[in-house]
Design a protein around this ligand. Structure first.
Ligand SMILES: NC(=O)C1=CN([C@@H]2O[C@H](COP(=O)(O)OP(=O)(O)OC[C@H]3O[C@@H](n4cnc5c(N)ncnc54)[C@H](OP(=O)(O)O)[C@@H]3O)[C@@H](O)[C@H]2O)C=CC1
Ligand SMILES: CC[C@](O)(C(C)=O)C(=O)O
Ligand SMILES: [Mg+2]
Ligand SMILES: [Mg+2]
Length: 491
């Protein structure tokens, strides 16, 4: 075993990275039929395992959970989650041999161990599925040649996979078939049915590759999705308190502010989010985000390069082998931040006030979305995938912060994402020290002056609007959102 991506020629690498086709709704006309009546066994009942299973059962499929013996005998959270939701739960020996489709939804760190244990028990010709391709791409896991290997990767935390499904919508999903494991040619039909069963087809599905999924997923989660939201939360909170804003107000503005401003993003892209500001505030947010882009661009590019070259996965696997020393230290430090420890105050903040008093947060979101999108597409990742990984998923992660701050975000996302989030955050905060020295409460904590004495420079405003609307993330976003007809408001 070794890094599979690094064994490929440059030509093959580029070919795999560019595999990403937006699927037409008509390709899902067969719904879940390819899996109807099949025995589907999920290994692991955590963030993705439980929520995907609930959606798939509601879509009419036969779902049960195979858990480790100790999880059953000790009645661990996974056992309680599955059994209290009325699913059949059994040991590997009891459930895996008769399974037609096994969903490996254990943490990535455990994949080699879990797959090595489960694979010998799988019947000939069965299918093994992943929701993230790290084990295949970064670790080079080899799967028995009679087994079909597919991937159905929701571009969302597990909790939101369920919430969006209950709203009658879904989350964008990447599907793939491992080319080395499709002996019966049934992989694509099963992956499509699985994506339909989780509701993914309502939001948009990309027919992609394991490689394209891994490289884009790691980049999104480390930078804009989790890393930058963590950095932005901590810096904005500390600044407000330093400048005399009531800590309860500051805490609330951030905890719920990301969710509110990124709801505007989800509906109408960066353009709509920025349009929610007054014209003077929009000009200010644009200027701040341009500055942020210049400062943070090298860091975004470094993360993309490290992911592509395998340096990121190597470093994280070294931490796995070192009992997660870095991860656990970073997790503890996050729990000690003032933002995390200050409860949101019992103060009414209107939807518009989140925008008006959160100009810097809007600037962070615009800068992060555009930088992540640019770094991904410059490295060969297709624009639709980069859009889902940057712009569309940011509000889904923001929803988790609204529930219980950074603790909730970092608990709900995968261990891989959590590691990358801290790695980015620890590199990003020092980079922004000088930038933050010039920040005052006019852009975070209080409303930006409607007219700061100079009025609005029309020519400048027109130019800014053009720059925002002409960014490639806005172009592809307009196309992808046109098929999201079932999207429902959250805020
Ligand atoms: N978190 C998310 O929202 C997303 C995750 N993904 C991907 O989905 C997959 C699952 O991630 P996630 O849902 O976060 O995982 P979780 O950490 O939530 O999964 C925990 C589950 O895995 C079980 N488990 C842990 N170790 C082992 C092991 N060695 N053998 C068998 N079972 C084990 C646990 O059972 P036990 O009770 O026995 O400990 C528990 O049921 C990953 O590939 C991840 O990258 C993709 C998109 C988003
Ligand atoms: C954002 C992190 C993620 O990739 C996800 C929820 O999509 C993960 O691995 O948790
Ligand atoms: Mg992801
Ligand atoms: Mg991930």
């Amino acid at each position: 075993m070794g890094n599979y991506f690094n064994t490929l020629s440059l030509r093959d690498k580029l070919d795999q990275l560019s595999k990403c086709r937006f699927m037409d709704a008509s390709e899902f006309s067969d719904g879940v039929n390819a899996l109807k009546g099949k025995k589907i066994v999920i290994v692991g009942c955590g963030a993705q395992g439980l929520n995907q299973g609930l959606n798939m059962r509601d879509s009419g499929l036969d779902i049960s959970y195979a858990l480790r013996d100790a999880a059953i005998s000790e009645k661990r959270a996974s056992f309680v989650n599955a059994s209290e939701n009325g699913f059949t739960v059994g040991t590997y020996q009891e459930l895996i041999p008769s399974a037609d489709l096994v969903l490996n939804l254990t943490p990535d760190k455990q994949h080699t161990n879990a797959v090595s244990t489960v694979m010998p028990l799988m019947k000939k010709g069965a299918t093994l599925s992943y929701s993230h391709g790290f084990n295949i791409v970064e670790e080079g896991m080899q799967i028995r040649k009679d087994l079909t290997v597919i991937m159905v990767a929701p571009k969302s935390p597990g909790s939101e996979v369920r919430e969006e499904y209950k709203r009658g919508f879904g989350v964008p999903t990447l599907i793939a078939v491992h080319e080395e494991n499709d002996p019966e040619g049934k992989g694509w039909a099963q992956a499509k049915a699985y994506a339909a069963a989780t509701g993914g087809d309502k939001a948009g599905v990309l027919a992609s590759s394991f490689i394209a999924e891994v490289k884009s997923d790691l980049m999104g989660e480390q930078t804009i999705l989790c890393g930058l939201l963590q950095t932005g939360s901590i810096l904005c909170f500390d600044k407000m308190v330093e400048e005399g804003i009531d800590p309860g107000y500051a805490s609330k503005l951030i905890q719920y502010g990301w969710e509110t401003v990124t709801e505007g993003l989800k509906y109408g892209g960066v353009t709509n989010m920025m349009d929610r500001l007054s014209n003077p505030a929009k000009i200010k947010a644009f200027e701040l985000s341009e500055e942020l882009k210049d400062i943070m661009r090298p860091l975004f590019q470094k993360h993309m390069d490290d992911i592509m070259e395998g340096n990121f996965s190597k470093g994280m696997m070294e931490d796995w082998a070192n009992d997660d020393k870095n991860l656990l230290g970073w997790r503890a430090a996050t729990g000690e931040t003032a933002f995390e420890k200050t409860p949101a105050g019992d103060i009414e903040i209107s939807e518009q006030e989140y925008y008006d008093n959160g100009v810097l947060m809007v600037a962070f979101v615009r800068a992060g979305v555009e930088l992540a999108f640019e770094a991904m597409t410059e490295s060969g990742i297709i624009d639709a995938s980069a859009y889902y990984e940057s712009l569309h998923e940011t509000p889904l992660i923001a929803n988790t912060i609204a529930r219980k701050k950074l603790y909730e975000m970092n608990s709900v996302i995968s261990d891989t994402a959590e590691y990358g989030c801290y790695l980015f955050d620890h590199a990003c905060k020092p980079l922004l020290t000088d930038f933050m020295k010039n920040i005052k409460t006019d852009v975070i904590g209080k409303a930006y002056a409607k007219d700061n004495g100079t009025g609005v420079d029309n020519a400048k405003l027109i130019e800014i609007n053009k720059v925002l609307r002409d960014h490639p993330v806005e172009k592809v976003g307009e196309f992808l959102r046109s098929s999201m007809t079932a999207m429902k408001p959250i805020v």
